[in-house]
Design a protein around this ligand. Structure first.
Ligand SMILES: [Fe+2]
Length: 387
């Protein structure tokens, strides 16, 4: 290996993932170095490669595709372009490499085939049920926008990795992230940071009975999920939706192909470490299927899911990536959740490229054998009695 991997300096005690690399040039990546980089992404979940300001959209696409060579459709396909979709407003494909999306904040001109585009950094105000007041925003307070993995969750398989390239960042400023969920929790963050949590850690910190329940549960995503939630609003900590019955009905949605609806296990296996990750996109979930039986009550589904996922976003478990211009991040999209953070002003400018590709295969399920070390004695005994 010709490059060096170092843990990201992070004071949060629950963060056991994330590395940085200072001595690699992605424009001159050997096959051998790619193999090492791929292993690092699946082992450490988030890899920040510094000093890559010169990387072209073609190279970003090539590197992203190298993780899953058979595919070339953007992770959301064309579904995110539906005007009403909660994804549409955040992304613009580059004309010559449409799998690479331009995102950020402020006016961008003559940028890789785009003549002019006014970008808007996703602001919680358009998505949260109860946003910060304008006074709080003026005091540089902010929120997690939306905890998610990058995935269409309908028709297409979740991308294996996402590459996120921070070309230009706003002038550095600190903001105070507020959870506003009754916990009183806050975090001091860099303006425009990206927040990550590890799905593996999210699983590890669950009590034994919740681990068992997670193993027995499948997650059913809504058809056209980002349209389905387009009138609904999120919790103040960005972890899933508030239940007010505002989801679009089947009649209001485009035609539904039953075979395109995604049902995945709640636990996914890491392809390299073989560790177990709790991996759920909370906002897009329509039902939980426990021991083959659908819960069938959206409010209860969301309450239970929140119980599974809320401990994982405690401040001590969150990695806040502090961007420098030219940072190129590759993250294991099937192993972490992430969130946009930051309330940017008109004068703040941010230019990023993002790429992910709908995967060639479904996530790897956790087998009985994989889960065996986590069975509680009581559960093992119960299974013995019932069999
Ligand atoms: Fe994302």
């Amino acid at each position: 290996m010709t490059f060096t991997i170092e843990p990201i300096k992070c004071s949060q005690p629950g963060v056991d993932f994330g590395v940085s690399i200072n001595d690699l040039d992605l424009e001159n990546l050997s096959d051998e170095d790619f193999k090492e980089l791929e292993k690092a992404v699946y082992t450490h979940q988030v890899v920040v490669i510094h000093g890559q300001g010169h990387v072209t959209p073609e190279t970003q696409y090539k590197i992203t595709k190298a993780f899953d060579p058979e595919v070339d459709t953007y992770g959301h396909g064309a579904q995110h372009r539906a005007q009403q979709s909660v994804i549409a407003r955040d992304l613009s494909p580059l004309p010559n490499v449409p799998q690479v999306q331009l995102l950020g904040h402020g006016l961008v001109q003559d940028h890789w085939g785009i003549k002019e585009r006014k970008l808007t950094h996703p602001n919680h105000r358009v998505f949260h049920h109860t946003p910060l007041s304008l006074e709080e925003e003026a005091q540089d307070k902010t929120r997690f926008y939306r905890w998610h993995m990058d995935a269409a969750l309908y028709k297409l398989n979740p991308p294996k990795v996402t590459t996120l390239f921070g070309i230009q960042n706003p002038e550095p400023r600190r903001q105070t992230l507020q959870y506003d969920d009754g916990s009183g929790q806050t975090a001091d963050v860099q303006l425009g940071t990206t927040a990550f949590i590890s799905g593996q850690h999210a699983f590890e910190i669950l009590p034994p009975d919740m681990k068992e329940l997670a193993f027995r549960t499948k997650v059913k995503y809504a058809a056209h999920p980002y349209l389905w939630i387009s009138n609904a609003r999120a919790r103040s900590n960005g972890l899933g939706m508030v239940s007010e019955g505002k989801e679009l009905t089947k009649e209001e949605l485009p035609e539904i192909e039953e075979s395109a609806i995604k049902i995945y296990p709640m636990l996914w296996k890491n392809p390299v470490t073989h560790k177990i990750h709790l991996q759920v996109h909370p906002a897009a979930v329509e039902d939980l299927i426990i021991d083959g039986k659908p819960m069938g009550d959206l409010e209860k589904v969301r309450e239970l899911l929140y119980k599974f996922q809320r401990p994982a976003i405690n401040p001590e478990n969150v990695l806040f990536v502090e961007w420098k211009d030219g940072d190129f991040v590759i993250f294991h999209n099937r192993g972490v959740l992430h969130s946009v953070v930051g309330c940017l002003k008109d004068t703040d400018k941010r230019v990023f490229h993002q790429c992910n590709l709908s995967a060639s295969s479904e996530p790897i399920p956790v087998t009985e054998e994989d889960f065996a070390p986590y069975h509680t004695d009581a559960a093992v005994a119960a299974t013995a009695v019932s069999s």
